[in-house]
Design a protein around this ligand. Sequence first.
Ligand SMILES: NC(=O)c1ccc[n+]([C@@H]2O[C@H](COP(=O)([O-])OP(=O)(O)OC[C@H]3O[C@@H](n4cnc5c(N)ncnc54)[C@H](OP(=O)(O)O)[C@@H]3O)[C@@H](O)[C@H]2O)c1
Length: 286
Amino acid sequence: MILVTGATGHLGKATIDFLLNTVSANQIAALVRDEAKAEELAAKGVELRRGDYNDIDSLEKAFAGVDTLLLVSSASLEDRVGQHINAINAAVRAGVKHLIYTSVVKASHETKFIPGADHIKTEEYLKQSGILYTIFRNTFYAEVLPTLWGNVLESGQWFYPADAAKANFAARKDMAEALANVLVSPEKHLNKTYEITGSKSYTFAEIAEQLSDVTGKTITYTDIPLDAFKEGLTKAGVPQQYVPIIVSISEAFKAGEMDATEEDLETLLGRKPTSLSTYLQETYAH
Ligand SMILES: NC(=O)c1ccc[n+]([C@@H]2O[C@H](COP(=O)([O-])OP(=O)(O)OC[C@H]3O[C@@H](n4cnc5c(N)ncnc54)[C@H](OP(=O)(O)O)[C@@H]3O)[C@@H](O)[C@H]2O)c1
């Protein structure tokens, strides 16, 4: 039995859809907090199991009989490491054989990306737990880009503090497909850590150029100071607790933390990952 957590989220749901191409639905379970959000999954024959990362007993119950578990990192930033530790401990207690965890590219204690610290701590906990593991160090999703460029399609001006740094973005659906491939053959990926990236990193000016080509609108990228960016976030009414996190993303870009180009995703997919320009065309060409 395979269980996917975060199954009502983007990555978990897409992973289950890929799994359904090769595994019968009765071999797949989905961890959900709210069954009402998972009607589509249930209709496909996937077994819904209720559980919350904050409640270890609910997780242990939900993981019963599971051989291979995909632990999608929590979207909540409150005690995220504690939530992940709950999931790992529950997996050990329930006798799960292999756990796949979604981390962040080039995870390290030195990262400027605030949520990145949770990932490296979780990786370390997982490695000493004794359970067989595979770590997917996912780069930023291409789907994150619109949150970085805001209303650029109307204004044509992308103001963002990234200097001339390069960053690597990959399509979330490619990551889901690769995760499904590992979930069906975990024995080929024992205790491996993969850097999950697209085939090329780009500067933000190059990304703006690609977006211009796809949309037919002139879009220019302009670097701005971090302080001005921070002030802009506050003026725009972004809740104060999120400001340092959003700023840390920019600091990580500037430090080159997301400039990673590895072949792991291509190998796991058995084909080239979706290029950024293809992703932009699929998303914005119309
Ligand atoms: N690489 C990137 O660019 C990037 C960007 C954003 C996030 N991430 C990370 O990657 C993860 C997956 O991405 P995504 O796009 O699928 O995010 P998403 O759509 O926000 O999905 C997150 C999933 O986590 C579940 N979840 C949150 N808190 C939980 C808890 N306490 N107990 C059990 N489940 C919980 C959510 O359940 P509900 O549906 O019930 O809310 C949801 O199913 C995110 O959670 C985050 O850690 C990566």
